[in-house]
Design a protein around this ligand. Structure first.
Ligand code: AMP
Length: 210
């Protein structure tokens, strides 16, 4: 199954994608994680992306489209994949179509802006593996330490409140039009994502079975 998860930053795409990836045994492909990894390794692409990312802006389309092209050419994507954080603009969605990739379903996770702001400003992530936590709702077993890989939990620069607001604005202007794009292709299912992680997982799985 070839899937796309749409939604504002902080809507819970990463968490949902991880669950779907495990249940359907398909790789989760997160452009945000790939870019952060490139940054940690100090590659040219990572350095190019850094200023955009830190400011909460989108990395230019040609850069992310290149990343996705390379990643989808890997053998583990042959039987399907779940895209988390891509596409984020109409040209990115068109690039995917032009690659001849036929997407089966697009799940849009809807969360009101005020909930997003609370979520993201309290979010912490493992600096090693990227697993997300929250200072109130999703604490690790040991404070400041990742349950999975014992990496340190940090606040992403782009989760500071002003940057979150900038990211939301960009989401509404650049990414939200993708809902119409995939609705016209008859592929869109909308899921409410403001309740618990478990509730959202149940709704997402139901949408996948429909
Ligand atoms: P995320 O972890 O998905 O919230 O992504 C973090 C940041 O990476 C975004 O704010 C962008 O700067 C960049 N990024 C990730 N995916 C994309 C994309 N598809 N298009 C443009 N920028 C992206």
């Amino acid at each position: 199954m070839k899937l796309i998860l749409l939604g504002a930053p902080g809507a819970g795409k990463g968490t949902q994608a991880a669950v779907i990836s495990e249940r359907l045994n398909i790789p989760q492909i997160s452009t945000g994680n790939i870019i952060r990894e490139a940054l940690r390794s100090g590659t040219e692409m990572g350095l190019k992306a850094k200023s955009f990312m830190d400011a909460g802006k989108l990395v230019p389309d040609d850069v992310v489209i290149g990343i996705i092209k390379d990643r989808l050419a890997q053998p583990d994507c042959e039987n399907g994949f779940i895209l988390d954080g891509f596409p984020r603009t109409i040209p990115q969605a068109e690039a995917l179509d032009n690659m001849g990739i036929v997407i089966d379903k697009v799940i849009d996770i809807e969360v009101p802006d005020d909930v997003i702001v609370t979520r993201l400003s309290g979010r912490r992530v493992c600096e090693k593996c990227g697993r997300p936590y929250h200072i109130v709702d999703l604490k690790p077993k040991v404070e400041g330490i990742c349950d999975d890989c014992t990496g340190a939990l940090i606040q992403r620069k782009d989760d500071h409140i002003d940057t979150v607001k900038a990211r939301l604005e960009i989401y509404h202007t650049e990414t939200e039009p993708l809902k119409g794009y995939y609705e016209r292709q008859n592929k869109l299912s909308v899921v409410e994502g403001q309740n618990s992680v478990e509730d959202t997982i149940a709704l997402t799985m139901k949408a996948l079975e429909a």
